[in-house]
Design a protein around this ligand. Sequence first.
Ligand code: NAD
Length: 482
Amino acid sequence: MISYDQLFIGGIWRSPAGNDTIDVVSASSEQLIGSVPEATGADVDLAVEVARAAFLDPEGWPAWSPQRRADVLDRFADELEKRSEQTIYTIAQENGMPISIARALEKDSPALLVRYYAGLVRSQAREDIRPGVWVASTSVRTYPIGVVAAIVPWNVPQTLTFTKLAPALAAGCTIVIKPSPETALDSFFIAEAALAAGIPEGVISILPGGRELGAYLVSHPGIDKVAFTGSTEGGRAVAQACARLLRPVSLELGGKSAAVILDDLDLDIEKIGQQLFAATLANNGQVCFLGTRVLAPRHRYNEVIEAMSAIMSSAPVGDPLDETTLIGPLASSRQQERVSGYINRGINDGARVIVGGKGRPLGLDRGWYVKPTLFADLDNNAAVAREEIFGPVLCVIPYDGDDDAVRIANDSEFGLGGSVWSGDSGRALSVADRILSGTVGINGYAPDPYAPFGGIKASGIGREMGIEGLASYQRQKSIYSF
Ligand code: NAD
């Protein structure tokens, strides 16, 4: 059992203002695995107050030299690494992420992102002197944007915290993080690492709670920027609040990306099965960028269905703590109901079930499991092909020629990820060029920390990771000299 009775507010463990707790249950056993205090509005008020005070302190975190901040961030990365095994084991229980996948998605990226952004600010010039047209010269100076509110979902909780926390800290911001209740436990290890690294008072607060708490934080008068990752519906509500307040906001939202199999692909699953699995089914289908619409050339339709079916049905479904498991339970009963509803919907709409279907996987009577399900014989207008399901459910959709594949890939309200699979990298690149989304993979898919990640259309606004991710926590001021 992991149990905390205090909240991390402004870098100090403090008694919570309220008495409620968040009980976290294992996604696979449904047993209680830990509890933490649930934060309230009063905790947010205090966290924002101390974050503002730290931000405005003339000798505080933002006023430190980038080198001094970066040194502390390197220590923070070391402390995160010390806790990384404990962190991924906790996540696997909280949200059902198979441990081998947690090792790939969640173990190294927090420390890596912290060191990366520490390195960037060490070498970034704070001032750019530009010759003027009407003035003698302009000093363009870069500053931290201010007090940040970061709202994080439960699906990849550590990495999605650090795509915000690492650049915000490196830039010199102070930050209030609201993790999801489903994955509240692992966020407390971040607090312990921050304390051990000597991140000063006021700089980081971690306040777990639900939507209402998130909405309260987003609209708080003391916040200068909001970074949100979550559903498109939640993102719209956050965007509306930020529009009213004219508050900068970045939104990483839902997706329904296409995995486009070109007709020259050697569909040898010995060679590319692992990459195809990662690009379409990783983390039990609970990743925003997955290519859940598999587009297949019509004359190779059956072959693609067979390959996807082999990949899906050979993936062991079971206990997320078992090293051999590739598909675990969903994160919550709510998710299980939602995904089961979509599986029923696909069947009722006349799709052919190739793998899976209704009900629980055999022998798994507890936990939020669904059967990994592969649908065929449906077109891109089916609800299961248009709406984000967020579970291990794929559709194979036929197309006629590359132009048609691009048309179908782009016929979506979303624009987050996607992948193109081909034996000819030039041809794959030209198809990737035409896909309307923020990111595309060729013969695989994995967001890279050094490159900007984000969506277009209903998948969001703004970019995380890369130098672009740092820029969203900075502002510029031009000082004209005559
Ligand atoms: P969600 O929108 O229900 O919740 C996400 C977070 O936002 C939670 O912390 C929640 O408490 C908070 N929240 C929800 N409504 C809010 C509001 N009105 N104001 C403030 N905070 C609010 O999403 P979820 O079900 O937890 O996560 C799954 C969704 O996240 C999927 O749609 C997925 O595609 C998306 N996602 C996107 C990315 C990306 O980078 N684009 C990454 C991961 C997940």
